[in-house]
Design a protein around this ligand. Sequence first.
Ligand SMILES: C[S@@+](CC[C@H](N)C(=O)[O-])C[C@H]1O[C@@H](n2cnc3c(N)ncnc32)[C@H](O)[C@@H]1O
Length: 214
Amino acid sequence: MGATQQGSASADDLEAHRRFLNRYYRLTRPIYDVSRKYYLLGRDRLLDDLAREDWTTLVEIGPGTGRNLRKLSVSKPDAVLGGVEPCDEMLEHARARLPRAHLMHGFAETADYAELLGQPIERVMFSYSLSMIGAKGDALDAAYAALAPGGEVVVVDFADLQGLPGLAGRGLRRWLGWFHVTPLDPAPLVERSAVITYGPGRYYLIGRIRKPGG
Ligand SMILES: C[S@@+](CC[C@H](N)C(=O)[O-])C[C@H]1O[C@@H](n2cnc3c(N)ncnc32)[C@H](O)[C@@H]1O
């Protein structure tokens, strides 16, 4: 399944995506945290914001190595954390690293994770996972459905890079394409009334969709 695909994903699409992720991350997982530090920007800004907010329960979609959940477990020791991860290689690593977290195998588009933590979910976080997900609308709708009233879906991901000089922006897009990643089209966020802020050079965006109530 290509990262630009929209609409609903079939079971065959998802299984092919799982095979791709397993092949890809089997090779890159050992150097993942060190290498991504330099280009998955905005993650720590979002984690700092989340650390200051009042919530107890959070599920990350596509936690990968568990790097973000580990940081949150330090800044919020009482938090109940979970994750939904389709890559077997990443899931196994994250489970070993975060034995207290509630981690399940699944795809953002189809997983039913409302009961994953055994209590209402106050934050669902997508950190550089939405740009890899085919059916982005389905993934955002599933996250919103799993949220407690007053909760938020929070997204950090590549933006349109428009503030970067032409050559740098084009080169970065081409390079990301080699890894099946396309900068995020904000339309699925805008359609769901997300509040969006951009990082320097529009390199990344942070989107938040709040569920009324609570
Ligand atoms: C670029 S990594 C980001 C990992 C981590 N969130 C971070 O910020 O370091 C993307 C993650 O999204 C996961 N992913 C890809 N497609 C997904 C899908 N359809 N549903 C849920 N997660 C997915 C990948 O397996 C991977 O763990």
